[in-house]
Design a protein around this ligand. Structure first.
Ligand code: MEV
Length: 334
């Protein structure tokens, strides 16, 4: 995290924070059940500006608005509720009884598997803690952001929030947290993303996988073992900088990972078609994030990414784009 805080802001002053979204390269869902996952932060961000006002909490964003007239009042259950929870909890901790406004601007499509809600909570947590003169250490921001997001996604692994906070490409382990991998070298592989346009709900997909695990204990345990081995192999590839280009071998692993995701029930006929289309013109594709809708990611040679995006768009997959890796993570400035 990069911090440029000066003095604690007074009335009328603002604190702005930005946080990147993420792509899960390998290990979504299985991370909730004890494997590791490999993620990278992406060059699409959420920006949150916090300011003190007379009273109440007022949140504005592209997905709507939420307003309460006092800072202690409950908020309705909407997509913005985590941010309200966060502002209210921080105000209580700071002994602050005035009001707070949060303005949210996002470059990340919501419900698409690219970490929009984690980036939102991470950026809002740092902006609000900074505004109220509270601790803005990584741990304090992580705790506040996770606490907020768990109001609507109670079983989150914390992987997405970690990407929004630290940036880069990394291995995530639920016990240890962030384990940095070698910094990404852009010539090793490129990433193409295509958005199916069907929004998903992370929590219901996580619950669906839990049901699959409960009903198919032996199959799930075999798949989890396969996922663990696959992730070990991916870490070796990503750590071996001498080996040069890695797109082909990572793409092969992505295709295997997708077969596991299909088995645990988080794909759909629509996503299967998108994965197949991407697989034909890349080294391998898979769902990224919770599935059920959202995005598919594919590995390709860095030099061929643009051509692949154009080809996908010609096939009718209009919302296809290249993503780069964000190395910076959360940025907090006064
Ligand atoms: C969601 O982006 C990723 C999941 O593995 C849930 C989580 O890790 O919290 C499905």
């Amino acid at each position: 995290m990069r911090s440029a805080m000066h003095d604690i802001p007074t009335h009328g002053e603002t604190v702005t924070s930005s946080a990147p979204g993420k792509i899960i390269l390998f290990g979504e869902h299985f991370i909730v059940h004890g494997t590791d996952a490999i993620l990278c932060a992406i060059d699409r961000h959420v920006y949150v500006t916090a300011a003190k006002t007379e009273s109440g909490i007022h949140i504005t964003s592209d997905v709507g608005e939420l307003k309460t007239s006092t800072i202690t009042e409950d908020a309705p259950t909407t997509a913005l509720m985590p941010l309200h929870h966060l502002a209210r909890a921080a105000a209580r901790r700071a002994g602050y009884s005035g009001g707070i406004t949060l303005q949210v601007r996002s470059e990340i499509p919501p419900g698409a598997g690219l970490g929009s809600s984690s980036a939102c909570c991470a950026a809002a947590a740092s902006a609000v803690l900074g505004l109220l003169g509270l601790d803005v250490s990584d741990t304090a921001i992580m705790d506040a952001a996770l606490d907020a997001e768990r109001t609507i996604h109670p079983n989150l692994s914390g992987a997405d929030t970690t990407a929004s906070l630290y940036g880069g490409i990394f291995l995530y382990n639920r016990g240890v947290g962030y384990i940095g991998l070698e910094p990404h070298r852009a010539d090793r592989f490129g990433l193409v993303v295509s958005n199916s346009g069907t929004a998903h709900d992370t929590d219901s997909m996580v619950r669906r996988v839990q049901r699959f695990r409960d009903n198919h204990v032996a199959i799930f345990s075999r798949l989890r073992k396969g996922e663990r081995e696959l992730i070990q192999r991916a870490v070796e590839i990503l750590s071996d900088l001498e080996a040069g280009a890695a797109a082909e071998s990572l793409g092969r692993l992505a295709a295997i990972n997708q077969s596991y995701l299909r088995k645990i029930g988080v794909s759909s006929p629509e996503l299967d078609r998108l994965v197949d289309a991407m697989q034909k013109i890349t080294y391998g594709a898979k769902i990224t994030g919770a599935g059920g809708g959202g995005c598919v990611v594919a590995f390709a040679d860095a030099g061929s990414v643009r051509g692949i995006v154009t080809a996908l768009q010609k096939m009718g997959y209009r919302d296809s784009f290249a993503v780069g890796i964000d190395e910076e993570g959360l940025v907090l400035s006064c």
